[in-house]
Write a protein that binds this ligand. Structure first.
Ligand code: MN
Length: 291
């Protein structure tokens, strides 16, 4: 199998706030040449790099807002988030946990720092991904998967460290998340000098985000902390080696190759469907959620 080469190693752009609780660098779309289609089915990636929030009696976050047509996946590295949606889904995710919300035909939700955590404050670090849904599933029933860290299988790499699988598979071990199209998502937790090899079909859109530490890719290129690595759609296998203790988020997915028509919190396949989404939202079809 051929080597999957690096296309871009991108440094984080200046951060902006989403609500008052998430200070994020946007990588998808946002990195030069990387539009919503380039990493299809991953249409958005916001990264809250390590940021210290002072204690607050009023939890910071984002108030009630709608989504339709895709899934939001939140991966907590540090800090705690509390989530509620109009489909009855909700819960608290802490260090190492993942929240996988399928908005599908529409939910209202709100995302806040968890009350107790907010009171104390501390270092907060999180990733939010938007995974697009195939056209045939965009109007399916909303659903919510709370994935605790202990629900994830680990592929043990001995002295090198291990890989924790959120979705898809690695070394024959499967992640707990159910997905609508082929998606692989995992955290490689490597010790200094530890190595891991990955293999995904050439046409799968593939990227890595260095959450902690720094890595060398394919024995050559360096990616420091908070950098995003986009791979070419050629070749299948790549390797990473940790220059220090490192955590690396790896994502790879089969492109849906369907039209992407985004508008704010809605991502559909056509303008007509976006107009419909606004109409349904304005007439209360997304349900009700107290602010
Ligand atoms: Mn949201």
């Amino acid at each position: 199998m051929a080597t999957k080469k690096v296309e871009i190693i991108a440094s984080p752009k200046p951060a902006h706030f989403v609500g008052d609780g998430f200070r994020v660098h946007n990588f998808i779309p946002g990195v030069r040449g990387l539009d919503m289609k380039r990493m299809d089915p991953f249409i958005m990636l916001d990264y809250n790099s390590k940021f210290h929030f002072n204690g607050s009696e009023t939890p910071r976050g984002v108030g009630v807002h709608p989504h339709r047509g895709f899934e939001t996946v939140t991966i907590a590295y540090q800090g705690k988030v509390e989530h509620h949606d109009s489909a009855g889904g909700g819960g608290i995710i802490g260090e190492g946990d993942v929240q996988w919300m399928t908005a599908a035909k529409g939910v209202l939700h709100k995302e806040y720092h968890e009350t107790e955590w907010s009171r104390k404050g501390g270092i907060f670090q999180m990733v939010q991904l938007w995974v697009n849904l195939p056209a045939k599933d965009k109007m399916s029933k909303p659903k919510y998967q709370a994935i605790k860290n202990f629900d994830m299988q680990r592929a043990d790499l001995g002295e090198n460290g291990f890989v924790e699988i959120i979705a898809g598979e690695y070394h024959g071990k499967a992640g707990p998340a159910s997905t609508f199209s082929p998606v692989h998502m995992m955290n490689a937790k490597l010790k200094k000098g530890g190595k891991a090899d990955f293999s995904f079909p050439a046409h799968f859109n593939t990227a890595a985000l260095v959450i902690e530490g720094s890595i060398i890719i394919n024995g050559g290129e360096k990616a420091p902390t908070d950098h995003f690595v986009l791979f070419k759609n050629e070749g299948e296998t790549f390797s990473i080696e940790a220059s220090e203790d490192s955590v690396v988020l790896i994502i790879s997915g089969e492109p849906l190759n369907e039209p992407i028509y985004p508008h704010g919190p809605f991502v559909m396949n056509s303008r007509e469907e976006i107009i419909q989404a606004f109409e349904d939202f304005n007439t209360g079809k997304f349900g009700y959620l107290e602010d």
